[in-house]
Design a binder for this molecule. Sequence first.
Ligand code: ATP
Ligand code: MG
Length: 378
Amino acid sequence: MDGIVLRNMWIERLELQNFRNYRQEAIDFDGSYNVIFGENAQGKTNLLEAIVYLSCGKSPRARADRELISFDEKQSRLSARVWARDRDFLLEADLFRDRRRRLQINHVPAKTSSALSSVYQTVFFCPEDLFLIRDGAAVRRKFMDTALCQLRPRYAAALAAYNRAYEHKTRILRDMEERPDLLAMLPEFNERMVQAGAVLIRYRARFIEKLAVYAAANHAECSGKRESLSIQYHTVSVIENPLADIVVVEQQLREHMMTHRSAELSSRLCLSGPHKDDLVIEINGRDAKSFSSQGQTRTAALALKLAEREMYYSAVGEYPILLLDDVLSELDQRRQEFVLNRIAGGQVFITCCEDDRLPALLGGKVFHVRSGAVAPSV
Ligand code: ATP
Ligand code: MG
C-alpha cells in the first residue's frame, strides 16, 4: 500500500461463513478502490452489508440479525481485519438463530455495537438514499441516527434509552383501558424520554449545523454554483435553542410533555418529541421536498451523503469507508464525475452490473461475484 492510503482506515480482509448467500468466502481488498461486479441477485449488496454490519452492529436493510444467516443454517460468522488509527484490529461477529449474537474485537468480547463503531466507520450510499430529500421524515431521522450512532457512543446509548421508554409509553397508552394501573408508571417513562430526548436533540442540532455547511458547498459545486442548498434541523417547537444547556432543553421538553398530557391520554399516542424530528431542506429558498426537480433531488442527496463522509473525517481524522451500492450508474456523467472527484483518499467499495465501464476508470481491485462466490477479475 502506498503512504497516502495508510492514513485512512481500511478493511484488509473479510471472511464470511453462512452469511446470506455466502457459504464460505475470504476476500483481500485494496486500500483504495474495490469494484464489485456481478449480475442481479449474486451477492453484491450482501457483501457491502457485511462490511456495514461489522462497522456498527446493524444491517442497513435487515430488521433482525437472523435474516443475515443463510437459509437452512443455524449460525453465521463474519470477520474483518481492519487497519485504523495506525493499528490492526480483528472484528468478529457470530450470529445465531436461537440466541444472542457474539461480537469480539481483538478476541475481547464487545458488549455493544458502539464498541464496533469505535474501530471503523462506514458511509453506505444506495439508490434509496436518493429519496432522502423527497420521502417522509423517518428517512432523515434514520440518516441522522445512523451517522451519530457511529460517531458518538453517548448518542447511541441515549437513542436506545429513548426508544425503550417510547415503546413502554406507547404500550401504556394503548392498553390503559384494560390496565389503568399502568398509568402510574407514565411519569417515569415521560422523564426518561425527557432526559434521553434532550441528549438526542443537542447532538442532532450540532451535527446538522456542521453538516449543512459541507452539504451546501457540495451542492453548489455539483450544480455549477447555480443552486444553493440549506438544511435546518427541526425539532419540538417549544425548544427555543436546541444547542442550549441540557438543563434548559430538558425543562422545555418537560413542560411541553405536561401541556400535552391530556391530549396524549385521549389520543392514546405519544404525540410529540424528538421521535418526530425532521430536517427542512431547501434549494434556492424553496422546500425541496415539494418543489425540487429529479435532478435537484439527486444533487441534494449526493451533497448530503458526501457531507456525511466529511463529517466523519473532521471528527475522526480518517476517511470512513465509503460503500456505493449501485448508485453511480444511476447518475449522469456530470454527477458521476463529481462523486469520483470527491471520494479520493479513503477506501471505497463500488458495486455495479456487468456491463458497466467504470472499473476501467478507477484502478484498484476488481472482483466478480457469482452466486455468493467472489473471484478477483482480470
Ligand atoms: P442486485 O444487482 O439485484 O442488487 P445483488 O448482487 O446486490 O443484486 P444481493 O442483494 O446481494 O444481490 O442478494 C443476493 C442473493 O442473496 C439474493 O438472491 C437473495 O435471495 C439471497 N439471500 C438473501 N438473504 C439470504 C439468506 N439469509 N440466505 C441465503 N440467501 C439469501
Ligand atoms: Mg444489490
